[in-house]
Design a protein around this ligand. Structure first.
Ligand SMILES: [Zn+2]
Length: 64
């Protein structure tokens, strides 16, 4: 999940909503934004997914 904003000169900034890191600024095209966002490896998101997986495993274990 990313938050894109546009600058007065028409370029874009994009920020990750998981770790609130600015991934890129003054990007000239949306295609470039897509590329840069895809390349972001998010530590917060990885952690959140890991925790979600652990919860899932725990809830399965309790059911059985
Ligand atoms: Zn991130």
């Amino acid at each position: 999940m990313y938050s894109r904003t546009q600058n007065e000169n028409g370029t874009y900034n994009t920020r990750c909503l998981y770790c609130f890191m600015t991934i890129a600024s003054a990007v000239e095209s949306e295609q470039e934004l897509d590329r840069l966002e895809a390349r972001h490896i998010c530590p917060e998101r990885a952690l959140a997914e890991l925790l979600a997986q652990e919860k899932l495993i725990e809830s399965h274990a309790q059911q059985n």
